[in-house]
Design a protein around this ligand. Structure first.
Ligand code: NAP
Length: 516
């Protein structure tokens, strides 16, 4: 029987009325679940979160909220195998891709849980020390963070249904704001089951976690000034959300994590025998193939010194040829299908445009030779590596192809030139520099940091420690300027402040000391 997703609103599970939207298995195109949110009163759902969940969370200390997150992570982890199976079915994930998403979710919940325990028996955060405002030490100021009184509305992308939902929830709940979360409909099955486990665990206070199993209806019309929205998805949807009249009118905080054409730069000092060159090959091919390239942090542009281009072409093509495409449930398959038929259509259209300025050196945009797949079913798209003739052609830098596609871009070997080309992406989540020369790495850092949310400096000194640029750590900020959305999430304690108001409190020094 097909699973029918429910939503959890006003403290109870509800099933939408009317026509249902299907969720597919992207390998077989079979329907695996269906959902509808019709009939939900979104105004009431938000009010319930604000009125019930908010006070309940604010009554708890950071340590108590932290303990709750650690326990929720453990409760979810017990169902890891079931969740992996659902991610294979509905996300087209290989087992390894599924673990990346699911363990990312529980890992981030645990991390924020432990951070809460460290913050201790407080309910608010001080930002820095008290500041003496005049010559008289009795008159001081203190910056103070308190949780906003609204609901934290989370809208997530299809590619990380588990991690995307829980990394946002961890920050909001620890900060003391109730969550109203919505996964992308196409891959919502894992998020639904994870939400079900979290809610049924009984660990989350009433109203603190609302789950919308699909279309958010008119919810955004009811967003008010103490609410916040954290969105991950395409730039177009992000723009549409942040430019809605009531959101502009009430100056609602909106955090957007959107498109990004992340780059990898091979330093001019590296030869094919170098350990750092091997690391470059490993990390670039992993980033292109993991989750079939449907990763916001995936490398899309590869800058290579002209004299190394032939070697890189050959070596990367060999790496890619060792990543079989096919049924993600089959052992040995490294690349599953894209998540939906629409994603394949978008990737094909993006590739056609890219081919006008770059020629394929590996793959051609076809399904490729598939392992364990019958006939022509499934949304498959095998990896494509291209080589650009013009390093500055806009098509290379302005359209993110959300699949296993990357372009090799020649440059002279000068850091300033590499930085200028990287900047044509107009804002990325992350980029990487592979070099054993400190001068090159430091010049690149100074030149490209304003264009990036995160910079991965890879060298032989850290080769065995590096998890690659694609791994988003809860300790470091995630987000990027410009095309990447202009947002910022995570980064330890920094991740809480989006959900809190910073107020400068000025007054009598002994009184303000009591705030600590
Ligand atoms: P999308 O089509 O923009 O959808 C993102 C989310 O927005 C989904 O939950 C979608 O819901 C929802 N949505 C769409 N229209 C809406 C509306 N009118 N009101 C409220 N919500 C609405 O993006 P996607 O295809 O899921 O994700 C792919 C994109 O996300 C890529 O471009 C990728 O770069 C980006 N991404 C960025 C990051 C990052 O961290 N920066 C991470 C992952 C992905 P429905 O599915 O129900 O329509």
């Amino acid at each position: 029987m097909t699973t029918c997703l429910r939503s959890y609103v006003c403290g109870e599970w509800v099933t939408g009325t009317g026509d249902k939207s299907p969720l597919y298995n992207p390998t077989t195109e079979a329907i695996v679940a269906e959902t509808s949110t019709e009939g939900i009163d979104f105004s009431k759902a938000l009010a319930f979160a604000r009125d019930e969940g908010g006070p309940a969370l604010r009554a708890m200390t950071f340590a108590e909220r932290g303990e709750m997150l650690v326990k929720v992570a453990k409760a979810i982890h017990e169902y890891r195998e079931e969740l992996i199976d659902l991610a294979i079915q509905n996300g087209g994930n290989t087992r390894s891709d599924a673990k990346f998403d699911i363990d990312g979710a529980t890992g981030t919940l645990s991390y924020y849980g432990k951070l809460g325990q460290k913050l201790g028996a407080e309910k608010v955060l001080n930002d820095g020390e008290t500041i003496q405002l005049t010559r008289n030490p009795r008159w001081v100021g203190q910056h103070l963070y308190t949780p906003l009184r609204g609901a934290a509305i989370h809208i997530n992308a299809f590619n990380f249904p588990a991690w995307g939902m829980m990394e946002k929830a961890a920050c909001a709940l620890l900060a003391g704001m109730p969550v109203v979360t919505k996964p992308a409909t196409s891959t919502a099955l894992v998020a639904y089951r994870m939400a079900e486990i979290a809610i049924e665990s009984g660990l989350l206070p009433k109203g603190s976690f609302t789950f919308i199993g699909g279309n958010p209806g008119d919810m955004l019309d009811h967003v008010d000034w103490q609410d916040v929205i954290a969105f991950t998805g395409s730039s177009d949807t992000g723009l549409m959300i942040r430019s809605r009249e009531n959101i502009l009118k009430h100056n609602v905080r909106v955090n957007v994590e959107a498109d990004s054409l992340n780059a990898a730069v091979l330093g001019p000092d590296l030869e094919t025998e170098d350990e750092t060159y091997d690391l470059f090959l490993r990390e670039v091919s992993k980033d292109m193939t993991q989750k079939a390239g449907q990763k916001c942090t995936a490398i899309r542009r590869i800058l290579v010194p002209e004299d190394m281009m032939d070697a890189v072409k050959e070596d990367l093509s060999r790496e890619l040829s060792q990543a079989p495409v096919g049924n993600p449930a089959e052992k040995g398959v490294k690349i599953g299908p894209l998540a939906t038929a629409r994603q394949v259509k978008d990737a094909c259209a993006g590739l056609e445009r890219l081919k006008e300025v770059a020629k394929p050196v590996y793959g051609d945009g076809s399904r490729g030779e598939l392992v364990g797949v019958e006939g022509d079913k499934g949304y498959f798209f095998a990896p494509v590596l291209l080589e650009a003739s013009d390093a500055r052609a806009p098509a290379i830098h302005d359209r993110e192809i959300f699949g296993p596609v990357a372009t090799l871009i020649p440059y002279s070997g000068k850091a300033e030139e590499a930085a200028e080309i990287l900047g044509l992406g107009r804002g990325s989540l992350v980029s990487s520099v592979y070099s054993d020369k400190a001068d090159f790495a430091l010049t690149m850092t100074r030149e490209v940091a304003p264009f990036l949310g995160r910079l991965h400096l890879a060298s032989k000194k850290v080769a065995e420690l590096s998890a690659g640029p694609g791994v988003v750590m809860p300790t470091l900020v995630h987000g990027g300027p410009g095309r990447a959305g202009g947002g910022e999430e995570l980064g330890g304690e920094r991740g809480l402040t989006f959900y809190m108001q910073r107020t400068a409190v000025q007054g009598y020094q002994p009184l303000l000391e009591k705030l600590k």
